[in-house]
Design a protein around this ligand. Structure first.
Ligand code: DI6
Ligand code: FE
Length: 404
């Protein structure tokens, strides 16, 4: 057991499950030992075991759990600013994709980038997230679309974790798009790349969960289900891009496989929410993609709330539909576009995002025994984290768990 460190003079927003009003506690203090939270409470009640511990004053600042971005595609090369121009002239995302742009153009750029170039370009986006208090990030493959290309993306994702004090959770998203060589043969692609590659990548320890794009322009629920069966046989959890552009009943498929999360959900039917809720799957909302695509159909927020579904918020950082590497901007958009409260938005990037990554109890809450992954902010109230647009009010991150 290492010596405890004590932090005093702060306001805590614990974001613990079941606590109202952000779990706010003014005049608070906390202790960290062995990389975990050993105690948190009123400063005046400092337990005697920490009386002699080295103490740092946090100057009255707000402390929250470090933030979590639970849905990103942040490993890619190049950008799609020219498609942005096309969309502003009226082309739709689907039209651009059907004409060989979209995901295919990022696949081409990613294939020709070296490992080091991919690391360098991705690191810029990761650093932007870290600069906003993020301590855990999910990163998907999906721009390789060959076994080697997909595995290389996940090797880059794993490598990023060695370069920064951040936890990376990887997702195998080979079922993202049908590449040109498999045009008209999506089932062969599922067998030969998405499934065969998953087995190889899992054997190499590259995969923490398995994802898919269930959509008219991508894969059917039946095709995704075959990938999910392989995931299940490997003991890997699943998640799914579901109901982003149309209602394919992907969220119900995800629920049947006890998915960690189903993501997007604009076209999830209100009538399907009850069955979805029963699985305990997290609804990950991605307001950056909604914004970029000028979507007008809202996810069924009221029904999700009514059925007690945990709602997470993420950037969906990707070059096509969400060129956003700011988790705070995603929180602001969740409030403005989806009418989430700032408290729901912060729960969405703390405890609910932790649940979506299978990290509950470790990340996303200030609670005894959780990892000491915290964010210290120059704000007076946690609602400010969703309120400001642009600029990061982060004072510093405390990342004892990783240093330990
Ligand atoms: N849904 C999305 O919003 C991204 N992928 C997905 O399955 C878009 C990825 C891209 O356009 O590059
Ligand atoms: Fe996505």
């Amino acid at each position: 057991m290492t010596k405890a460190v004590f932090f005093s003079d702060c306001t805590l927003a614990s974001m613990k499950w079941g606590e109202a009003d952000y779990g706010l506690m003014p005049d608070a203090a906390f202790a960290i030992r062995d990389g975990r939270i050993a105690w948190a409470g009123k400063a005046a009640r400092r337990p005697s075991e920490f009386q002699g511990a080295p103490t740092e004053s946090l100057g009255g600042r707000l402390v929250t759990p470090a933030l979590i971005d639970c849905h990103t595609h942040l490993v890619f090369a190049g950008n799609r600013a020219r498609e942005f121009e096309q969309r502003l002239r009226g082309a739709s995302y689907e039209e651009i994709a059907r004409n060989g742009g979209g995901i295919a153009s990022t696949v081409a750029a990613t294939r020709i980038a070296s490992f080091d170039q991919l690391v360098e370009q991705s690191l810029r986006r990761l650093d932007s997230l870290i600069g906003e208090g993020v301590a855990a990030v999910e990163i998907k493959s999906g721009y390789g679309l060959t076994i080697d290309g997909e595995m290389r993306m996940l090797r880059v994702a794993r490598h990023l974790e060695t370069l920064r004090p951040v936890k990376v959770r990887t997702s195998w998203l080979a079922a993202h798009a049908v590449p040109a060589g498999y045009a008209g043969r999506p089932d062969a692609y599922i067998d030969e790349v998405a499934i065969a590659g998953l087995m190889q990548a899992a054997a190499e320890g590259l995969v923490d969960s398995v994802d898919g794009f269930c959509e008219a322009i991508a894969f059917t629920p039946a095709q995704i289900e075959r990938v999910f069966q392989t995931a299940r046989s490997l003991g890997l959890p699943v998640r799914l891009h579901a109901e982003q552009l149309s209602d394919q009943k992907g969220a119900l498929l995800a629920a049947r496989y006890s998915a960690l999360s189903a993501d997007h959900l604009e076209y999830l039917a209100g009538a399907d929410v009850e069955a979805f809720a029963a699985a305990g799957t997290v609804a990950v909302l991605l307001p950056g993609a909604f914004y970029t695509l000028k979507e007008t159909r809202l996810p069924p927020i009221a029904a999700l709330r009514e059925h007690g579904v945990a709602i997470a918020i993420a950037t969906d950082c990707n070059p096509g539909t969400s060129p956003i590497s700011s988790i705070l901007t995603a929180m602001n958009m969740a409030c403005t576009e989806f009418s989430l409260t700032p408290e729901e938005a912060l729960a969405g990037t703390t405890r609910c995002a932790a649940k979506a990554l299978g990290l509950s109890g470790e990340y996303g809450e200030i609670t005894i025994g959780a990892r000491a992954e915290l964010a210290v902010w120059d704000v007076e109230h946690p609602s400010e984290l969703s309120y400001w647009v642009g600029g990061s009010p982060l004072h510093k991150r405390l990342s004892h768990a990783i240093a330990a």
